[in-house]
Structure formats: C-alpha cells, structure tokens
Design a protein around this ligand. Structure first.
Ligand SMILES: Cc1cc2nc3c(=O)[nH]c(=O)nc-3n(C[C@H](O)[C@H](O)[C@H](O)COP(=O)(O)OP(=O)(O)OC[C@H]3O[C@@H](n4cnc5c(N)ncnc54)[C@H](O)[C@@H]3O)c2cc1C
Length: 391
C-alpha cells in the first residue's frame, strides 16, 4: 500500500521579513505550516539585511498604514519578552523637511503633512519643531531657519536580521516545519490545494502564502509581473569625526527631504558606533534580483555624500567605510499588495516593500494569518488590494 503524501494546512513561500512574520503567526495559532526559502534567512540576497530599519508610527505614506505600525510595535515588544532579545529601539525619529522642498518619500507627495495629520488622528505623541529649535535639540543636524521637523519619541529602529531570526526560531519552537536552501521552482494550483515543486520533490498544502519579495514577479508571472518592479538600493556607512561624537551621541533616526525628489535617511551603525548609516530614499535603477550589481563604486559613495550629507550632517567624514546593496520591490503607487491571488483561490500574496515595508511586517504577518484562518483580519487590509492597480 502506498502512503498518502502529507498535505500541510499552509505553506509559506519565502522567509524574509513578511514570510518569517507569517510563519510565526500561523504557528502561534496551531496551524500545521511549512515554510520554504531558497537561501538561509536572514541572508543578504533580498530586501531584508543591513542591520537596521527605520520604524515610526505616524506614517507619512498614508493613514491606512498606522494600525499596522502600531500593532507591529506591540508584537516586537511581545517577541522581545518571549525571546529575551530586544528588537525595537525607540530612540526617537526626526523627519525634516527643508523649506524649499518639493520632494516626496516612497511616493507620498505630502509626507510630512500626512505624518503630522496621522499623529494627530491616532494620538501619537509628537512635536513639531522649527529651524533653531531643531538645531538646539539635535545639534548634529545643520538645518536652515526656515526648515521644519516632526519628532516622534516612540519612533526608532528595528534590528532587521534579528527580527527575522527570532520569528523563525519561535515558529520552529511552535511546531512549524522549515526548509531552507530549498527553491520552489514552480507552483501548481489545484481545486483544493497547491503543489510546490522543488528540483527533487513536491509538497502539498491546502493554502499558500507567497512572500517571495523581489522574486514574486518571476515566480507568479501575470498579473504581478507588470505591476511590480525591482530596484537596486545602496546603504552607506560614513565615519563620524572624533570631534563630533557628542553631537551624534544617542541620536534619533532621521528622514530628511531637502529638494525636488531628494530625500535620504539615517540610522545608528550597530556593528561600529563610530559610523553613521545613511541611504537615499529614492527608487534606484531597476534590476533583476539574481543579477543585481552588488559592487558599490567609489563614485556612488562620493555622490551620496555630495548630494545629501555634505553641509547637512555635522561632523560626518566624506569617505564611506562600507556600502551594501539591497533590493526594493515597488508598485506603481508605492503601496503594498496584500491580497488573495485573483485567479487562484488558495493563494495569498504579500508584496510589501516600495521601500517602507519592514516596520509593518510583524502586523502584516498577524493579519495574513488571520485572513488565512478566518477570511478576515483585525486590521483592515482593503487598501492593499491588487485590483486598485491598473496595468
Ligand atoms: C535598502 C533598504 C532600506 C529599507 N529601509 C526600510 C526602513 O527603514 N523601514 C522600513 O519599514 N522598510 C524599509 N525597507 C523595506 C523593507 O526592508 C522591505 O519591505 C522588506 O524587507 C520586504 O520583505 P520581504 O519579505 O517582502 O522580502 P525578503 O525579505 O527579501 O524575503 C523574500 C524571501 O523569499 C525568498 N524566495 C524568493 N523566491 C523564492 C523561491 N522561489 N523559493 C524559495 N524562496 C524564495 C527569498 O530568498 C527571500 O528570503 C528597506 C528596504 C531596503 C532594500
């Protein structure tokens, strides 16, 4: 007699930011889940590496994101209590807009106004500061008198690799099966289940959650292939001059919009506190996740310094000590796709990047688990439906 092949309740394809959160939340609810990744997460091939991610609760990309950010902060703290690992560091977040700026951040044309209105609507503690007030409080930021800023004391950063690692660890402890270094090369959609095919095996699950990040396009094809693009992004670490150490002591994370389409952001460096991590928030050149140019040239490092850092950040030295490439997966309106597949009723797709997904990932994982189990979620995901995007 041949043994019948096991059918899992849910398969999670991709175990980066979104997949690790989803697998953890499914396992927490007693679901018989299996997760797959082509690499060993956390890894440096996708969108989830480079030490840290900015998190903030008043979301300038749109009020629809605020419940996700607030709930994610709760989950990061719950996870820290469960694991003993602090993941969220509420060092404060300073969002600066130069008086002459027409710039946007992640597709939001009115980033600071939307941030402030979100803070008011959701009662998020904050302050609005002007030129000299900003320089007095935060002397590392050489703002002009006409510039203004939003400061959120509960904003800060997340340890990005640690978040993935801890959620995967908890998922495994709660009974989830995990196959790393296992690439899914194709998916067959049947009436009541899905079949995931690797080079040497196939796996069955009643439901599938695709969290494949930059690989969603080629894995799922239409309609995602034309609705998503993948871009090359670069993170840089610049030295803090010895004489400016005091100014950078315990500094907040920041986003600074200072020109037409020019915005950048910065965070502390974890591995070496004598450095500052900075990056351009604009979408980079389109690329393929398997072919992205990983080498960062000295001219890219110089351009980053000249365009953004020079004259604005006090005591930052011009020669980057290291730089790392990463990938954004971007929609045409910079909002996420978190929705069922339009043709395959057992498949749910999470594409939550456009440069701002990580801070929401813990709550997205929870909401997706609730959708899979109950066909509804505590947080409304209707703003993230695929159908809003035309070809
Ligand atoms: C430079 C940079 C800076 C950012 N800064 C911020 C920030 O400050 N704040 C913020 O909130 N967000 C930020 N983001 C966005 C955030 O990091 C992303 O939204 C998030 O990491 C996306 O996670 P993901 O799970 O979709 O993708 P990934 O974490 O890349 O996960 C996808 C996974 O799927 C796996 N996979 C793909 N195809 C297959 C297959 N066929 N078989 C098996 N496995 C597969 C991959 O190996 C990968 O592990 C930033 C992103 C970048 C790149």
């Amino acid at each position: 007699m041949t043994q019948q092949q096991k059918t899992y309740d849910v398969a999670v394809l991709g175990l980066g930011a979104m997949g690790s959160a989803t697998l953890y939340q499914l396992a927490k609810r007693g679901i018989d889940a299996i997760g797959f990744d082509q690499f060993t997460p956390p890894h440096t091939h996708g969108s989830t590496h480079g030490e840290t991610r900015v998190t903030r609760c008043a979301i300038g990309e749109g009020h629809q994101y605020v419940p996700l950010a607030i709930r994610s902060h709760e989950i990061w703290k719950e996870l820290a209590a469960e694991t003993g690992e602090q993941l969220l560091f509420e060092v404060g977040g300073l969002m600066i807009e130069s008086a002459t700026s027409q710039g946007d951040v992640h597709g939001s044309k009115h980033f600071l106004d939307t941030t402030i209105s979100a803070a008011k609507k959701f009662s998020i503690p904050h302050e609005v500061l002007k030129g000299a007030q900003i320089r007095n409080r935060f002397p590392a930021f050489n703002v002009n008198d006409q510039d203004f800023a939003y400061f959120e004391p509960g904003a800060g950063y997340l340890k990005v690799e640690e978040c993935v690692e801890q959620q995967l660890r908890r998922a495994a402890e709660l009974g989830a099966k995990m196959l790393q270094n296992t690439k899914i090369i194709s998916i067959k959609h049947h009436t009541n289940h899905v079949e995931l095919i690797t080079n040497d095996k196939n796996f069955l699950a009643k439901k599938l959650v695709v969290c494949a990040g930059a690989w969603v396009k080629e894995l799922l094809g239409a309609p995602y292939a034309t609705k998503l693009s993948t871009t090359r992004q670069v993170l840089h670490w610049y030295p803090i001059a010895a004489g400016a150490k005091d100014k950078w002591h315990d500094h907040p994370v920041f986003i600074w919009i200072h020109g037409d389409g020019e915005g950048y952001y910065g965070l502390p460096s974890l591995a070496d506190p004598t450095l500052l991590k900075v990056a351009n928030a604009n979408y980079g050149q389109t690329t393929h996740p398997d072919k992205v140019e990983r080498q960062v040239s000295t001219s890219e490092q110089r351009e980053m310094f000249a365009t953004h850092v020079k004259g604005r950040l006090v005591g930052i030295e011009p020669t980057a000590q290291k730089s790392v490439t990463c990938i954004y997966t971007v929609t045409s309106d910079s909002d996420f796709i978190i929705d069922w597949h339009p043709k395959h009723k057992n498949t749910f797709v999470v594409s939550a990047c456009s440069g701002h997904g990580f801070k929401h990932s813990a709550a997205i994982g929870e909401a997706v688990a609730q959708q899979i189990i109950n066909a509804t979620s505590n947080i409304d995901l209707s703003a993230f439906k695929l159908s809003r995007l035309s070809d």
